[in-house]
Design a protein around this ligand. Sequence first.
Ligand code: PMP
Ligand code: GLN
Length: 415
Amino acid sequence: AAQRLATLDPGGTVFAEFTALANANKAINLGQGFPSLPLPAPIQAAVAKIPAMPALAHQYARSEGHPALTSALSTFFEPRLHRALDAQTEIGISVGACEAIFSVIFAFIDPGDEVLLIQPYYDAYPAAVRLSGGVPRFARLQAPVGQDASTAADWTLSMDQLERLVTPKTKMLVLNNPNNPVGKVYTRAELELIAAFVTKHDLLVLADEVYETLVYADAPSPMIKFASLPGMFDRTLTVGSLGKTFSVTGWKIGWVLGAPAMVKAWWLVHQFTSFCVAAPLQIAAADAFRAVEGTDHFETNARRFQALRDQLVAVLRDVGLRPCVPHGSYFIMSEASRIPVMTREESPLITRDGRETRVDYLRARWLSHHAQVTPIPPSPFYEHPNPESDAFVRFAFCKEPTDLEEAGKRLRACL
Ligand code: PMP
Ligand code: GLN
């Protein structure tokens, strides 16, 4: 294999590993973030129209994105960005946010260019940076370890720390808001400091805002899109995901928003990674966006997810796991010191070295095996395992209330 593969963890992504583990243990999968809820009504209605689509609707779509979807997205995003958006040149449709992240990084990062990542981060960022020959530089949110009633707002970003990481080779900052796995929603004051920082150092920003419609009423700030800040549109590529927006992670439809020259750079890579995205699903996605225009669909949806969050927070508190209450996304970082570690006798999978011996992996495995509730160990969201990644496991709450209730029963029986 190519030498560049040596930059990747040979065990593969934690999401594939722990979903397979959950299935093998017949566990409730609170690991990988995919909703196990009924499909939203506008998606069901749009899917019902697919069989009647003309045969040509099933052929290659326009490479940059189906015009029906880019146009629906321009209507959706114009008020959120406080500006007009050209559906032809300022929006592109990708194979999920994953492909958008990968292609944007390949479009802008040369070998040796440095990219600032904020730990804990989504694991695709360092992988894409390294495969492109770029060099990730790691900042870290300060974590509230050992607090009884912490929230995502207690995870704070030190601008001094970011300043110290900048070199003449720094080219890009990746900003994930709301953040996975913490559920932090950045305030305007925090975003303005970041805007001043990227202006001072003339950096590009990859704004991963896949969870932008999942922001809860008690967040310290409503969702503020980074590209809506003064001067930021021209240095920002915003990434989003239909999978999160409409709870259809299996559709793998994402988008990039940005200035025409930047979207064009993304497209030059996209045309050769995938060329275009599943056409009938793009049309259905456009239908779903059009159907909810002028309604309170996303507000209602966020309230529903907030109720699920509150249900799982109560369960985790009840079993003494100290959940850190998220303000956005559908994840909860929860302190895990009460969870025993899996022993080598219990699991032949545990090898002498490698990530299987990390304490967060051993706790997540123990919970999956003994309680039949599977979380995600958070060390893949960090450059190296550390006391902070040891301290937490991540739970997803985008699940049926009955599943969360059953998970509560199982955790109570074991912890
Ligand atoms: N960014 C973040 C922060 C995510 O959590 C995810 C979820 N998988 C993605 C990007 C990728 O999104 P998609 O499934 O649309 O590729
Ligand atoms: N983003 C989802 C999560 O964080 C799943 C990602 C994936 O499976 N690649 O759980």
